[in-house]
Design a protein around this ligand. Sequence first.
Ligand SMILES: [Zn+2]
Length: 335
Amino acid sequence: MVVAFADSYCSSELDNEYMPLRKRRRLSKRCSLGDPAQNDNDEGNTSPWRPTFLHEYPGADVVLRVNDAYFKVHKERLTRASVLADMFELPQPVDAERVDGCPLVPVYGDEVADWEATILWLYEKDGVAHGRAQHWPVLKGALRISTKYAISNLRDSIVASLCAIWPETIFDMDLNCLPNAAEAITLARECNVPQILPSAFYALSVQRWSSGIDNWTSHLAISASDLRRLIAGRESVQEFLANILVNPLYDPDVTTDGTCAACQSSIASYWRAKLAPDANTPWTFWISREMKGMLNDHAFMDSLCDDVCFDTHDSLLWARMRRLNESVPRFFLLA
Ligand SMILES: [Zn+2]
């Protein structure tokens, strides 16, 4: 049972992606060694059974047990968690359980993968780059543990990484916002990171659901009420887009007076072409991305008459970008 679990864990995505080769080799060796329960009190015994270590660092002086997995780590690292530091302050009974000559610290109710992520972060922060979607398992696991055990500097660091992926301004999102948006919503609820919700909902809403690129899992990752928020928000973004497509030159905050007829026609065609859904993209109408791209389309801007006609297009763009960003929390029923 333990061996089977350890083997499956050894081949997990997390290990393969983040673990240095040297550790991976050691881990696969350890993982085949068996049941830790038979060796808890046996330093220097002759039994072939050893604890199923996931990590062991040189000079480590304490063993953390999470379900069937053991992590041999430095007490100093763990005491960065105030909850665990308090635990170490308590006098240890003389017959306290020991593993590999070190005091055993069992924790309860956590996932092994979450601790794996946390320990990787505590030891190898520089190797686990911030804010990159491919490190989602690390972000997710370490956020859960740092929240539960009040490791404030780790939690702050993870929250900053999440805010880089799902920022306050939807125009600052890149392709990294797409893959884990549904799980991010659930994680934000679970670990109290509400600031990423508007962008995470928006990122989830732009995806082309019919493509099945999410392996048909996104709707399962969020609660029923969040699914409703997603649908409502998608509706509102579609209406926002439809209003532009129906009359690209109309905006309640922009006057188009003085724009010449040729530029009016050119601006209308341009907006319709840019914001029309493109069947070749994995998203349907990611209009914030399109509008951000339009900001840098100097060729089109240079084609307009100076001053009035240019200002009309520029004002339409900024007014719509501002309004869309401000509206996202309301669109997704978060405000
Ligand atoms: Zn003009």
